[in-house]
Design a protein around this ligand. Sequence first.
Ligand SMILES: Nc1ncnc2c1ncn2[C@@H]1O[C@H](COP(=O)(O)OP(=O)(O)O)[C@@H](O)[C@H]1O
Ligand SMILES: [Mg+2]
Length: 385
Amino acid sequence: MKPFLAPGFTFVSSPTLPPDLYVGLMSGTSMDGVDAVLVDFGAAPMRLLAHVHHAFAAELRAELLRLNASGTDELHRAAVVSQHLARSYASAVEDLLLHADVDAAQVHAIGAHGQTVRHRPDAGYTLQLNAPAALAELTQIDVIADFRSRDVAAGGQGAPLVPAFHAALFASNEPRAVVNIGGISNLTGLPPRGSSDAVVGFDCGPGNVLMDAWALEHLGEPIDRDGRWAAGGTVRQPLLDVLLAEPYLALPPPKSTGRDLFNVAWLRQRLALLGDAVDPHDVMATLTRFTAMAIGRAIQAHFPQATDVALCGGGARNPTLMKMLAEELAPRAVCASDDLGVAAEHVEAIAFAWLARAFNARRAGNLPSVTGAEGMRVLGALYPA
Ligand SMILES: Nc1ncnc2c1ncn2[C@@H]1O[C@H](COP(=O)(O)OP(=O)(O)O)[C@@H](O)[C@H]1O
Ligand SMILES: [Mg+2]
C-alpha cells in the first residue's frame, strides 16, 4: 500500500497495527459533487490515505436540485437519478483506490451518506437519495448507507450526525466550537476534554446555499469563487434585518434544516418585502454577512464559552466569509480545520467513514444531546458486497 498524505493532514501512522480501511463518501446540500476519502483507523491516530473530489455533471446537479421540490413523476425520477449517483460514487471510489494503490478487497466498508433531497423530521422522515445496492455491486465493497433515518425513528432530528466525530477528533482542553459550512451550516460545541458536559450541536442555518444560488443566477457560476464578488459589494442593512428575522434562527435546539427552508424562493420572498430593489452585487455581500451572522448568533446563544472556533466544509475556502466570521466571533480565535491537522474538505467525508466503522462495531453514532433522539442508536443499513 502506497501511503498518500493529503495536504494539511499531519497525522503519522503507527506501523505496528494492521490496516483498518474504510471509505467515506459525502455529497452534501451544496450539491457540488462528492468528496471521497480512504481512512486507516488501524493507525493511531487515524490516518487519511487519499481524498478525491468528483464534481457532479451539470445535468446531474440540475436534476438533484429539481428533486428538492415536488414535481411530475418524482418517484421515477428519484429512482433513476439515484442510479446516476451510485455510478458517480463508484467512479470516485475507483479513482480513490487507484490513488492510494489499494484493492477493493482490503476495504472493510464504504460509508455512503447519499444526497439529501428532503429533510422533514417533523413529518417523520429524512430522504437521502442513494442506490447502495448498485454501489455494492459496482465496487464489490460492503456499503453502509441510510445513516439518518434510525435517529429520526427514535424521535430525533437525524441531523447533525457529525458532532460525535468532531468530539473524537477535535476535543481540546478548552471549550471549542467546530462549524461545518456546507450548503447548510452546523455547529458542534465541544466541552473541554474530560468534562461531563454534553456535546452541543445543531444546524445553525444557511451555509453556502444562498450564496451559491445567487452566484448561479447572477454570475452564471455555481459559486462566488473566493468570495470575490461579495468582497466588492456593500452590506445592505434593511435586507440583512429581513433575513435575520427568519424564525428558524431563534428556535431552540434540537433543530435541523435544509433546502426545504433555505432556498431561492425563500430569498426572493424576502427581497420582495423591501421597497427598493437591491443591487445584486450588494445582495451577495449581504448574504455573505448574513451567513456569518447566523453562525455567530448560534454560537453566542448556545455555546458562548467557546474560546476558539474551527471551520470546515467548503465555506472555509471563502476568504470573504472567513473574514466576516472572524469579525462576528471576535475575540475568539478562528481557524480552518486544516490548522488542527485535517483539511476543511476532508472532515465530513471522514466522519462517514467513521460512522461506517461504528456501524460495523454496532456502536451508536448519534448523540441524543444533539439530535433529541430518545437514546443512542446504531446508524445505517448494510448492503454486503
Ligand atoms: N474557493 C471557494 N470560494 C468560495 N466558495 C467556495 C470555495 N470552495 C468551496 N466553496 C463553497 O463550498 C461549497 C462546497 O462545500 P461542501 O463542504 O462540499 O458542502 P456540502 O457538504 O454541502 O456539499 C461550494 O458549493 C461553495 O459554496
Ligand atoms: Mg460537497
